[in-house]
Design a protein around this ligand. Structure first.
Ligand SMILES: Nc1nc2c(ncn2[C@@H]2O[C@H](COP(=O)(O)OP(=O)(O)OP(=O)(O)O)[C@@H](O)[C@H]2O)c(=O)[nH]1
Ligand SMILES: [Mg+2]
Length: 176
């Protein structure tokens, strides 16, 4: 297995585009446009309308193809298109949103089939500015529903942090 497709999905502004840019060794192909919706503009200036694409080669020579989905609900049709053929899913949740656990539920439900067939990790971003809900709240929620997925804090701006998330995902692919 020398090429692995990984998809970053998750809530708007969680840091999908930022995370891929942080670790990609090629200039990222991005489809961000200036945001027009008030709800996006409140948080940041641009939003992804189709996809992000980056690449990362690991020390052992494995090449990762990194795809990012749009976060906005109206571009949801892209999610399944991008997930096709992917081996793993990174779900990024913005902890500063109004209902981050609700967001996680939405993504797990949406990708349920995909998660059952492949693998997924959950990264919680913006924990530096919004420590609540804490990781335990996420664990408890998942445990109650019998969902066994790793949950890690992530700062999408930090390549080390994003790589750690990817390593957790790859470990699951190897041993899952
Ligand atoms: N403080 C803080 N800021 C973060 C963190 N992670 C990401 N950011 C910032 O949050 C913003 C995320 O923006 P994007 O990367 O465009 O988010 P996205 O998930 O691609 O959003 P959409 O494409 O609109 O769905 C950027 O301004 C990042 O610098 C974090 O852990 N802490
Ligand atoms: Mg984006």
């Amino acid at each position: 297995m020398s090429e692995i497709k990984i998809v970053f999905t998750g809530s708007m502004g969680a840091g999908k585009t930022t995370a891929i840019a942080a670790i990609s060794e090629i200039p990222v192909i991005s489809t961000d446009v200036r945001a027009t919706d008030a709800d996006v503009l409140q948080r940041k200036e641009t939003t992804t309308v189709a996809m992000d694409y980056g690449e990362l080669t690991l020390e052992d020579g494995q090449k990762l193809r990194l795809y990012g989905t749009p976060g906005q609900q109206r571009f949801e049709y892209m999610w399944k298109i991008l997930a096709r053929g992917a081996l793993g899913l990174v779900i990024l949740i913005d902890n500063s949103g109004s209902d981050p656990i609700g967001e996680l539920v939405r993504y797990i439900d949406n990708f349920r089939e995909f998660i059952n067939e492949t693998s997924a990790v959950i990264g919680i971003s913006h924990m530096d500015t919004n420590p609540e809900p804490d990781l335990q709240s996420y664990y408890s929620y998942l445990q109650e529903r019998g969902i066994e997925l790793p949950v890690l804090p992530v700062d999408a701006r930090s390549s080390d942090s994003v790589v750690m998330l990817i390593q957790a995902l790859l470990a699951m692919l190897e041993f899952g």
